[in-house]
Design a binder for this molecule. Structure first.
Ligand code: 3EB
Length: 321
């Protein structure tokens, strides 16, 4: 479907474009993420609602919502590289404040993009500064079970961009038995542990969804297979499968392994990795697994790729209304 058709559709919740495509236009449902793709035609991520959505802009936040959920995004210019901690703190407060005030109190899935992720300022790299700012905004008192599934990727373009999907009802957190929960990481990788859940599951009246965070080659809390992209991919798939098995034990997401996901998004640090990772993914997971490849920097310097996942399935009987 063309972009015009999708925007004309009152049930389109959000339309996320990537790469060097022209600016996304004025509709609050359009977001442009400045990450290039390795694919010939830049991918588009479309979120559909089962009912018509209402849209608007307030306090720099663009949103669309239906009776169960809200999709919101905010982008700020962020010019001074030493200011990311403060910018993240303020932006998270504004976003969470807006979600609270409008009744969509439960962030389920959040994506964060900013430039120069490894650049250091006063002893912290910008990812670590981001983690400090995010944690301060969320507050000491936050229940870690309420942390959304997340992605953080470094861009080549200045500015902080965040988009989020939030529900009126809470989701169910799913953690990975192969990995230490990110919010419990020891200080080896930064003074503030990262505030996100490995996955969130949510049952809507129209269907069930499993939102899987950006997943890297990390076991326990340590990076594995430095300089070995295929080794990292295999470890990531182990992590995704372990998470999906846990989700199944927690509450029927209806799938057994990574090959049954509705979509994976693969972030590559270097375009030269594409042929190797693309063919290894087809070998290790179903060749039919829907996938999308983007170029971006991963939070730790030794990580070469990261994969996030989404499963959308039928509603559980008791959730249909
Ligand atoms: C990791 O597992 C890899 O800070 O929100 C992946 C997804 C990563 C989200 C975040 C970080 C975040 O630690 C990095």
């Amino acid at each position: 479907m063309t972009r015009e058709r999708l925007i004309a559709d009152v049930c389109t919740l959000a339309l996320v474009t990537f790469g060097d495509s022209p600016s996304p236009g004025e509709d609050p449902r359009q977001i442009h993420v400045p990450l290039s793709s390795v694919q010939a035609s830049p991918p588009v991520e479309v979120w559909c609602s089962r009912e018509p959505v209402a849209t608007g802009r307030e306090e720099g936040i663009a949103y669309s919502r239906n009776s169960d959920l809200m999709f919101a995004h905010i982008s700020i210019p962020e010019t001074d590289s030493g200011e990311l901690e403060r910018a993240t703190d303020l932006t998270y407060r504004r976003l969470y404040g807006f979600l609270d005030a409008t009744g969509y109190r439960h962030p389920l899935r959040i994506w964060n993009f900013f430039s120069d992720i490894h650049l250091e300022h006063e002893g912290l790299d910008r990812y670590q500064a981001f983690c400090v700012g995010r944690h301060r905004a969320l507050g000491e008192g936050i229940d870690s079970r309420e942390l959304p599934a997340a992605t953080v990727i470094g861009t080549r373009q200045a500015g902080l961009l965040i988009y989020v999907l939030a529900g009126c009802d809470a989701g169910t957190q799913v953690e990975n038995p192969r990995q230490v929960s990110a919010f419990h990481y020891p200080p080896d990788y930064g003074p503030q542990s990262p505030s996100f859940s490995r996955a969130m599951m949510h049952h809507w009246p129209g269907g069930s969804q499993l939102f899987i965070s950006g997943t890297a080659s990390i076991v326990g809390y340590a990076s594995r297979h430095p300089s070995n992209p295929s080794g990292q991919l295999a470890e990531i798939l182990e992590n995704l499968n372990a998470l999906i098995r846990t989700a199944r034990e927690t509450g029927e997401p209806g799938i057994a392994d990574v090959s049954e996901l509705s979509l994976v998004k693969v972030y590559l640090r270097d375009p030269d990795l594409y042929p190797e990772i693309e063919s290894a993914l087809s070998r290790l997971a179903a060749p039919s697994l829907p996938r999308l490849f983007l170029l971006g920097d991963i939070c730790r310097q030794d990580l070469l790729l990261e994969i996030e996942g989404l499963y959308t399935g039928p509603a559980r009987e008791r959730d249909t209304r």
